[in-house]
Design a protein around this ligand. Structure first.
Ligand SMILES: Cc1ncc(COP(=O)(O)O)c(C=O)c1O
Length: 396
């Protein structure tokens, strides 16, 4: 076990050192343990592993040293007692809910959600007898009014995808606590560097590690963070028995991603802010949404609960879908993609991609228009990005 004491150090130092399990060879870089299973010195030791008396590894669907390093580093970064890694962000979201809910329970969620999260809450859970209510996440009254005696969980993301609404995590956590329900926060858009939902009262935090944590376009992954008790009561057995395990290769890639997370997010936040300003001054742009901008409807709340405005900017061009497509097609540095959080700048047309499965009325209910584009800031030179948008917007 590593001699590194994470509590003594700040997040940037934890990102590089926390959780290292060094083998007998004393390697500097974390080792990638590509193994399905483990061998034991004796049948007695094997038995002890299965009873839990010996805390070593048994099978990589349950745990693996490289995956364990990633989990520990994430827990130390997030300030969580425990973490469990999953094969994707959606596996983390699904396990965080299915692991704690049963038929007859009820879940309340913010309406403005990533499409797949909405599918899990609106379609999948009800198939197993778990009712759900979607609310305007910005209205505390709506959260209160949706509570039923059988409400067991609240679910939200903040900032939301793609409209970048800010939900008051502390206030919603208090409502959940009062109702005897847990609060799960999908913290993908904020990143662990900019927002700490557990400190604001959330029960559980989930990430698509695919996004900023890898952040270099390589691997899918997810992670669930919570108290030791929540993980052991609701998540541990669910993951072990259903099997959405993170591969050691992906965990190793995520560990390398974490080392540079803070540097990348700092640069992405700076780029996002500069591009937001440049877009806002362009006549072809109708509206710019960026959480720390003075005209964001919840700028004050964003500044209270986030350490930076985030790495995403959502803007609407005049002229609807055709104009938005013309702009996206003309961009040269910024590439068209449905992904986000990458070191390469990306642009997405949400209504034809991430939110395509909704009808126009539902999209309007979520504030998603046909002229809307979501920009995920990379780590390129900010001037190059601003100039790329300036030349592309001449096509709007
Ligand atoms: C907010 C949010 N949550 C969850 C996910 C799912 O993550 P993954 O693609 O790693 O399954 C995504 C993106 O895909 C996302 O944007």
């Amino acid at each position: 076990m590593s001699a590194f004491q994470p509590d003594a150090y700040r997040p940037e130092t934890r990102l590089v050192h926390a959780g290292i399990l060094r083998s007998q060879f004393g390697e500097n870089c974390e080792a990638m343990f590509v193994t399905q299973g483990y061998v034991y010195d004796s049948a007695e030791q094997c038995e002890a592993r299965f009873t839990g008396a010996d805390p070593g590894f048994q099978y990589s669907r349950f745990s693996n040293p490289t995956v364990a390093m990633f989990e520990r580093r994430m827990a130390e970064l997030e300030g969580a007692e425990a973490a469990r890694a999953t094969a994707s962000g959606m596996a983390a979201v699904t396990a965080s809910l299915m692991g704690q809910l049963k038929a007859g329970d009820h879940v309340v969620a913010a309406r403005a959600l990533f499409g797949s999260c909405r599918y899990v809450i609106e379609e999948l859970l009800p198939r197993f007898g778990v009712a759900s209510t979607l609310v305007d996440g910005t209205s505390l009254e709506d959260w209160r009014a949706a509570v039923r005696p059988e409400t067991k969980a609240f679910f939200l993301e903040s900032p939301t995808n793609p409209t970048l609404e800010i939900l008051d995590i502390e206030a919603i956590a208090a409502i959940a606590r009062g109702a005897g329900a847990s609060l799960v926060v999908d913290n993908v858009f904020a990143t662990p560097m900019l927002q700490s939902p557990l400190a604001l009262g959330a029960t559980c935090v989930v990430y698509s590690a695919t996004k900023h944590i890898d952040g270099q376009g390589r691997c899918l992954g997810g992670v669930i963070l919570a108290s030791e008790k929540f993980i052991s009561d609701h998540i541990h057995t669910f993951l072990r028995q259903t099997g959405p395990a993170l591969s050691p290769f992906n965990a190793w890639t995520m560990l390398k991603g974490l080392e540079t997370l803070s540097l990348r997010v700092d640069k992405q936040v700076a780029n996002a802010g500069l591009v937001a300003d440049a877009l806002a001054s362009h006549p072809a742009v109708e509206r710019v949404l960026y959480p720390f901008r003075h005209n964001h409807p919840q700028a004050e709340l964003a500044r209270r609960q986030m350490k930076g405005g985030g790495t995403l900017v959502t803007f609407t061009v005049r002229g609807g879908k055709a104009a938005a497509f013309r702009v996206a097609n003309r961009l040269r540095v910024v590439r068209i993609s449905n992904n986000l959080g990458d070191s390469k700048s990306l642009v997405t047309h949400p209504s034809t991609t991430t939110h395509q499965r909704f009808n126009e009325d539902q999209r309007q209910g979520m504030g998603i228009s046909q002229g809307m584009l979501r920009f995920s800031a990379g780590i390129e030179d900010a001037e190059d990005l601003a100039e790329d948008f300036a030349q592309a917007l001449t096509a709007a």
